[in-house]
Design a protein around this ligand. Structure first.
Ligand code: DC
Length: 677
């Protein structure tokens, strides 16, 4: 099998899992541009880290902005300069990132005397820019083209926006053209009227831009259809120093569809808080297939409740990024799928209608391609026959992805269907890395939605991770109590080993001695209430001994040793059996690497966060002298099993929440995952 293809492992058990997805690309890139025009340092939380956002971050750095990106925490801190661009010249490559291409080109025209040279990938050189460039010429900007006219690469000479009070734009080819102009126009201190010539596509994205401008303090009126008049704002500004990026609704569409191929139920935590992204309306065509879509406690629940799935006819114009998700699953529907309103997607990452038609035809489906629509007549028997024939030749069916991340992710969900009913891959995806554009860890997320093979489906497994004093223990105990789960505190495992080593005069800087000692140390379990406590060398350690100042000081160094982690990993995984033997309905395990290393397949992964001041106060209240920040640094930078937000983990910041509120939040996610729910 060639290295650039990835076989997809089908789901052989129904899914029963809460999933989360990285931040929205569209919101992250808009927020970066808006933040750059503010006059403050803004931290974007839940930001997306992908090729498209990286390109924009790098470009802003090249222009002289201070950008501090922390991928492990999904934060980007950016210092805006009130509409000023530090460097008057730069060379920027926008790759194939449509948002970066359009937003940056408009943003650069803010400079009163700038000269910028921009280029993109071969595919980007063909994507529409003319409407944007023509509109920007109103500001006095001029373009010198180095290839085809009105396309990348080009050099842009800018004059600022001081004299621009009105402009017209033709954004029929892409709504990003209009969004780019609106953001820069909305940041002007004087009034600017933006008039749209004709209509644009993907209107929800324009709506997103306007809503975000409002959040950043811009005001506007829309006196007539297609006309947006900004009142002028002395300064774009947010009332807070942080801006929370919504999870990406388009990325969510893949996992929301999973019950169609695997059966069972998925939950998108706090999905109801997705309000800026039109793509959340993908739930509508999804419901038309017969999947049950429900909302409860702010979460979105999708469940397979029927054996077969209805044919769907739907206009995807407003949610066109999600049409591929449904199209790829069309072989599983009981009749033809008709998707209209998608003509503009022929000019996106690839000609998406063409690409989809090609690949579905290769899979034996009958496809009718129209200029702005696609109709698929499903033939599951033919798909089966082709997959079976390939299998007998020792091959898998293969989907080409055309450097289009959405092709890869959509077909990965189809491949998750156990077509041959043998649990073996039958479909592979060419160039899976193309997902890096918007969702680099997509396949890792997908893989982790499979449940543990040794675990029966009724058993509920919850992983809770977070830094020191983030509230893991009290939260986990509370959830265990509420849901009748067994509780395991893995911090105590490392503390017990540290205690035993120190007692025997063994220091963390002698790892070979630690390793030799651990070979002689037995690890067992004793239930104390519903907490499964570690028993080292036949002794249940005293809780006070495990929390002594000496143990606090050394535990992170011991926990960073690979031999220590190896010693506890099997022990921690064996706690599922302990919980099952003791008739608990599930297990909640807390630590630093539970969701990422010990149980990546947990039904529910929680990552608890609290600001440092809150955490220090908590430790003081417990009478603990503890160097939280220092421990966190060691825990999150070590090579083996560092503290990090696991794929799919639900981040809960509990700085301003009561313990009861956090327990409630987790319980409302966990209860629908219980088999009986
Ligand atoms: O949660 P705690 O403070 O009791 O954890 C003690 C130390 O153990 C902490 O500094 C990091 C380490 N630890 C770890 O590395 N992995 C875990 N799963 C749990 C704790």
């Amino acid at each position: 099998m060639s290295a650039d293809t990835l076989p997809i492992r089908p789901f052989t058990q129904p899914v029963r899992v809460a999933f989360s997805v990285p931040g929205s690309k569209s919101i992250t890139n808009r927020a970066l541009i808006l933040a750059a025009m503010c006059n403050q340092t803004l931290t974007l939380r839940g930001a997306l880290f992908s090729r498209d956002t990286q390109i924009l971050c790098e470009a802003l750095k090249a222009l002289g902005f201070s950008v501090d990106a922390n991928a492990a925490q999904s934060t980007i801190a950016l210092t805006g300069l009130g509409g000023k661009i530090p460097r008057a010249s730069a060379e920027i490559n926008v790759g194939n990132a449509g948002t970066a291409a359009r937003f940056l080109t408009a943003f650069l025209t803010l400079h009163p005397a700038g000269t910028y040279t921009l280029d993109g990938d071969p595919a980007m050189r063909k994507r529409p820019m003319k409407g944007l460039m023509d509109a920007l010429k109103t500001t006095g900007a001029t373009f010198t083209f180095h290839g085809e006219p009105d396309c990348f690469p080009f050099t842009l000479h800018t004059k600022g926006w001081t004299h621009c009070t009105a402009l017209e734009v033709d954004a029929r080819a892409s709504s990003q053209i209009l969004s780019a102009l609106l953001m820069v126009a909305g940041a002007q201190p004087h009034s600017v009227a933006v008039k749209l010539v004709g209509k644009t596509v993907s209107e929800p994205f324009v709506e997103m831009t306007l809503q975000m401008l409002t959040q950043f303090g811009a005001t506007f009126t829309q006196p007539e259809s297609g006309l947006t008049t900004f009142a002028g704002t002395s300064q774009l500004q947010l009332p807070s120093e942080t801006y929370r990026i919504e999870p990406d609704a388009t990325a969510a569409s893949y996992f929301l569809s999973l019950p169609m191929v695997a059966g069972g139920k998925v939950i998108l935590p706090e999905g109801e808080q997705i309000t800026l992204q039109g793509d959340i309306d993908f739930l509508k065509p999804l419901a038309k297939t017969g999947l049950t879509v429900a909302k409860a406690n702010g979460h979105i629940l999708i469940e397979q409740t029927k054996e077969s799935f209805e044919p769907v006819e739907y206009d995807f114009e407003a949610i066109s990024d999600t049409f591929l998700t449904l199209a790829a699953l069309s072989p599983l529907l009981s009749g033809p799928t008709r998707i209209t309103g998608i003509g503009h997607t022929r000019h996106q990452e690839t000609d998406r209608i063409r690409a989809m038609a090609n690949e579905l035809q290769k899979l034996g489906q009958m496809v009718v391609e129209e200029p702005d629509a696609i109709e698929i007549h499903p033939d599951l028997a033919e798909l089966y026959a082709r997959a079976d024939a390939s299998k007998h030749c020792g091959r898998l069916l293969c989907v080409d992805t055309y450097e289009d991340h959405r092709m890869a992710m959509s077909f990965a969900i189809l491949g998750s269907y156990d077509l041959l009913q043998d649990g073996q891959p039958w479909l592979q995806i060419r160039d899976p890395k193309c997902c890096g554009k918007t969702f680099p860890s997509f396949f890792q997320h997908l893989e982790q939605l499979h449940s543990l093979p040794e675990m029966n489906i009724e058993f509920l497994l919850i992983a809770v991770d977070g830094g020191a004093a983030s509230g893991k223990s009290s939260t986990s105990r509370g959830v265990a109590e509420r849901l009748n789960l067994m509780h395991v505190d893995t911090g105590s495992h490392y503390r017990a080993i540290t205690f035993e080593c120190l007692k025997n005069g063994i220091a963390a800087d002698a790892p070979e001695k630690v390793a030799a000692f651990l070979k002689t140390l037995s690890l067992d379990t004793q239930l104390v209430g519903r907490t499964a406590s570690i028993v080292t060398g036949g002794h249940l350690p005293e809780p006070e001994a495990l929390r002594s100042a000496e143990v606090n000081q050394h535990v992170s160094a011991f926990a960073a040793l690979p031999c220590v982690r190896d010693a506890v990993k099997g022990y921690q995984r064996s706690q599922v059996a302990v919980a099952q033997e003791n008739k608990y309905v599930g297990l909640i395990m807390e630590g630093r690497d539970i969701g990422s290393v010990i149980f990546p397949e947990a039904s529910l992964k929680i990552y608890l966060q609290a600001d440092e001041a809150t955490r220090s106060k908590r430790r003081e209240a417990e009478g603990q002298s503890d160097t939280i920040a220092q421990r966190d640094r060691i825990d999150s930078t070590r090579k083996t099993a560092p503290l990090q937000v696991a794929p799919n983990a639900v981040i809960i910041d509990n700085s301003t929440l009561s313990l009861q509120q956090v327990i409630d939040k987790i319980a409302t996610l966990a209860i629908p995952l219980c088999k009986q729910a």
